[in-house]
Every structure is written in structure tokens, then in C-alpha cells.
Design a protein around this ligand. Structure first.
Ligand code: URA
Length: 216
């Protein structure tokens, strides 16, 4: 029997990433990515969105239920909260390039037609998807990366990343061969889940104000 499935230890998007072409070519190629098993249950690849000359890149974890259905990042409840927080911090959400560490929705579902529950991607899936993020960074060349939560932080800065230790600070790190400036903060979904939602929201806005200062 012929199978196109990669062996478990060889999950990678690498062979699917085109060597030439801009974001449009990348997005088109990503739609056919089979670099890890997550494409099987997801509706579609959710690639990054925004201008190729955006000064700031926002990196989240993976698309959620709404993003999976609509094919665009951060269009669900977390995205709406993020847009509000960005605007309040002085960053026009329309000026940002928005993407995720992992481009397919990972979820569990008790039964067909029941609610799809988000499941965090594992290290192998994050590593498999990394070539897409590397290609986006190489094309957009943002002045600043805003790291939204632990998964994005681990994908960009390694498994020892702890968002609570570095949130709201300006980091400088070598990432995929480029010197990058980053401001980590919490994931907007964590604000939606927080007991003190207003306090968590104000914390996010404060971190994003640091990002706005770097860009000013
Ligand atoms: N959460 C993310 O990390 N990314 C999205 O696109 C939506 C929700």
C-alpha cells in the first residue's frame, strides 16, 4: 500500500515550503502541508495574515475552532480581545502580521457534531511546523515579534521559555538565523479564562504598551 504519511520521527513541513515566492506562494503551499498528522482532522491550514511589510508580527499558538472554520488567524473570541488590547496599547491591529506557531487546529471531540475542544500542540508538532514560521519571519522581517503565550514562546525561544518570567520585557535573540527583538506576553485566551479578567486584560495591555514603545 502506498502511504504519504511521514514516519513519526520525521514530522516536518520542510519539504512543503517553497524556496521562492512571497507570502502568497507560501500561503498556497501551506494549504497542502502534510508535514505532520494535524492536517487530517483540521478543516484547513490557517496561515498568517497581514502585510508583507508589517513592522510587528504577532505569534500565537494554533488556530482555534473559529479560525479553523474561517481559515484566518485570530478571528474568534481571543482574536477580538487581542484587537481591543492592541488598539488600547496604541498598535493598529491592521498594521500587524498575525500568525501561529502551528498552522492546523488540534482538538479533541467526544462525539461527531459535539464541541471541538482545543488541545495544545506537542513539541513534535511545533517543531514540524517551524519551517512555516521561519519562512514568514524571513519574508516579513518584522522589527518586533510579540510572543503570545507559552507555546509561541517555546516555538521561538526554546522549551525553557516561561512567559511569567519574561512577559512585558524586550528580548533580543537569534531566531532562525536572524537577530530578532521580541516582547512576550500572555495568550489572549488566558485572559478570557482568568478569574480576574479585567486585571488579566490590563496586564496584557501593559505588555503591549511595551511593544508599542519599541515600535515608536
Ligand atoms: N489562538 C491562537 O493562538 N491563535 C489563533 O489564531 C486563535 C486562537
Amino acid at each position: 500500500m502506498v502511504t504519504t504519511r511521514a514516519p513519526e520521527d520525521a514530522y516536518t513541513a520542510g519539504p512543503f515550503v517553497p524556496e521562492h515566492g512571497g507570502l502568497t506562494a507560501l500561503r498556497k503551499a501551506a494549504a497542502g502541508c502534510r508535514g505532520c498528522p494535524l492536517h487530517r482532522d483540521a478543516t484547513q491550514t490557517v496561515f498568517g495574515a497581514g502585510a508583507a511589510d508589517a513592522r510587528v508580527m504577532l505569534v500565537g499558538e494554533q488556530p482555534g475552532d473559529q479560525e479553523d472554520r474561517q481559515g484566518k488567524p485570530f478571528v474568534g473570541p481571543a482574536g477580538k480581545l487581542l484587537d481591543r488590547a492592541l488598539a488600547e496599547a496604541g498598535i493598529d491591529p491592521g498594521d500587524a502580521y498575525v500568525t501561529n506557531a502551528v498552522k492546523h487546529f488540534k482538538f479533541t471531540q467526544a462525539e461527531p457534531r459535539k464541541r471541538r475542544i482545543h488541545k495544545a500542540p506537542n513539541l513534535r508538532e511545533m517543531t514540524a511546523c517551524a519551517p512555516w514560521l521561519a519562512a514568514e519571519l524571513a519574508l516579513v522581517e518584522p522589527e518586533l515579534i510579540v510572543v503570545l503565550g507559552a507555546t509561541a514562546g517555546k516555538a521561538l525561544l526554546g522549551s525553557s521559555f516561561r512567559v511569567g518570567e519574561v512577559r512585558g520585557t524586550v528580548l533580543e535573540e537569534e531566531i532562525h538565523g536572524r537577530r530578532e527583538r521580541l516582547v512576550p506576553t500572555v495568550h489572549p485566551s488566558s485572559v478570557l479564562r482568568a478569574d480576574d479578567r479585567e486585571g488579566a486584560y490590563q496586564g496584557l495591555v501593559q505588555d503591549l504598551r511595551t511593544a508599542a514603545r519599541v515600535l515608536s
